[in-house]
Design a protein around this ligand. Structure first.
Ligand code: PMP
Length: 438
């Protein structure tokens, strides 16, 4: 019944309206598992679009939301404030890169990025530097689906219908090396990195660049593509020496995903602005955050009304979402959670070795809790590679939710996954690899 009504009334994200299959009806989710109406227990190996950290329906987060809902469910955030927002901001600023001093709330990852872009552009406007208007991003980038976020993302099939409405952005070639000891473009084989650095240098010298936005170390939607912290440091160094505002989009990489609390912690150079969402509430409620350093703050500290940041959403700093985020943060900072993250990485590294000889694998990448397997077939690497559908079906039939990004199968589990459960996910991937021709 629900299935039929769903098909009649609902338009799902990233899904053709003429879908091959009806959406699965989930009646309950607990820990690692999603329970369907016909009592299948499905392992959520991608943390429900990268949001879940501590498992579904976590009692501590549920309790925090319940208690908050009884007391203050929401209040306008202009002219008013509340304890959950203030405590969350205080706690986050303690664990974020040390230069971050202010927190701006919004709704999700896209709005967190919109806010960051607008903040950076208005920074230069407030300073009267109207020649600083250009934005640099990385090829393959993804920052969300609203217009500003789409503009700084790669031009592709997702954005094609809106191509002429997107603002101009300079894209650096993707610096394709994820070796910890990357030579940063010095050796011949590292020419991709060299091109990225050269283009950054050239752009920076123009004096017209307002901001550089990037997904630190891992480009999620591009297929969990990774690049080394050494490269990012080099790009940040050039940007900062040339007065370019650096925006780290940690929407996906934040909250322990890459093995450190934030991917920016792998770098020496700190971003001016950071975007957060997804794991922020442990995957329970929608909430976005944009934080910034004192340099940005100073450009807005003025009684002149034209220097105010005129941006806000109805549900800014929703107390329920803030309470969920506080409960999730408490769980994240426990020793057991930090240990679980490093155990997942160790298991991923072992599995990487185990599959290193498969001919139908182009590359395996691991960082923290993320493992990505790029498959080789006779189609181009990319989101629309037809193997994605086949692999998705194969896994879901075996009660594992893995949603390949084109020819990249990746595991992105909640941190509560047990070794035996992760082994089960590995085994099903192995089974799939065996069925695929080399
Ligand atoms: N930035 C990054 C790096 C993302 O991966 C995503 C979502 N996949 C977003 C921004 C957009 O977040 P949301 O879907 O919450 O708007």
């Amino acid at each position: 019944m629900i299935k039929e009504k769903d098909q009649a009334y609902i338009w799902h994200p990233f899904t053709p309206l003429v879908a091959d299959e009806a959406a699965l009806v989930i009646k309950k989710a607990q820990g690692l598992y999603l329970y369907t109406e016909d009592d299948r227990a499905i392992i959520d190996a991608i943390s429900s679009w990268w949001v879940n950290l501590h498992g579904h329906s976590h009692p501590a987060i549920a309790e925090a939301i319940y208690q908050q809902a009884k007391n203050l469910e929401h209040v306008i955030f202009a002219g008013f404030t509340h304890e959950p927002a203030v405590t969350l901001a205080e706690k986050l600023l303690k664990i974020l890169p040390s230069n971050q001093t202010k927190v701006f709330f919004s709704d999700d990852g896209s709005t967190a990025c919109e806010v960051a872009i607008k903040m950076a552009l208005q920074y230069w406007h407030n300073k009267g530097r109207n020649n600083k208007k250009k934005i640099i991003a990385l090829e393959g980038s993804y920052h969300g689906d609203t217009f500003g976020a789409m503009s700084v993302g790669e031009r592709n099939g997702f954005s094609a219908p809106f191509a002429d409405k997107l603002f101009e952005v300079e894209f650096l070639p993707f610096p394709d090396c994820h070796e910890v000891n990357c030579c940063v473009g010095i050796q011949k084989h590292c020419s991709g990195v060299k091109f990225a650095i050269e283009k950054m240098e050239e752009m920076a010298k123009s004096g017209e660049v307002a901001a550089f936005i990037y997904e630190p170390l891992v480009q999620g939607v591009a297929g969990m593509r990774m690049y080394s912290a050494k490269i990012l440091d080099k790009l940040l160094q050039i940007a900062q020496e040339n007065n370019i505002i650096c925006i780290a989009d940690e929407v996906m990489t934040g909250f322990g995903r890459t093995g450190k609390l934030f991917a920016s912690h792998y770098c020496e150079f700190q971003p001016d602005i950071i975007c957060l969402s997804k794991g922020l509430t442990g995957g329970t409620m929608a909430l976005g955050l944009t934080t910034c350093n004192e340099k940005i703050v100073q450009a807005f500290l003025s009684a002149e009304s034209n220097k105010t940041f005129y941006h806000g959403h109805s549900f800014t700093a929703n107390p329920l979402a803030c309470a969920a985020a506080l409960a999730s943060l408490d769980l994240l900072l426990q020793r057991s959670c930090i240990d679980a993250i490093s155990q997942i990485e160790q298991l991923h590294l072992k599995f990487e070795k185990q599959i290193s000889t498969y001919k139908n694998i182009k590359e395996v990448r691991v960082l923290g809790t993320i493992l990505a397997i790029e498959l080789r077939n006779n189609e181009q690497t990319g989101y629309f590679n037809s193997i994605a559908k086949k692999a998705y079906r194969f896994f879901i039939e075996r009660n594992i939710l893995l949603r390949p990004l084109g020819n990249v199968i990746y595991i992105f589990p909640p941190y509560i996954i047990k070794e035996a459960e992760l082994q089960k996910v590995y085994e099903v991937i192995l089974e799939f690899l065996e069925t695929e021709p080399t």
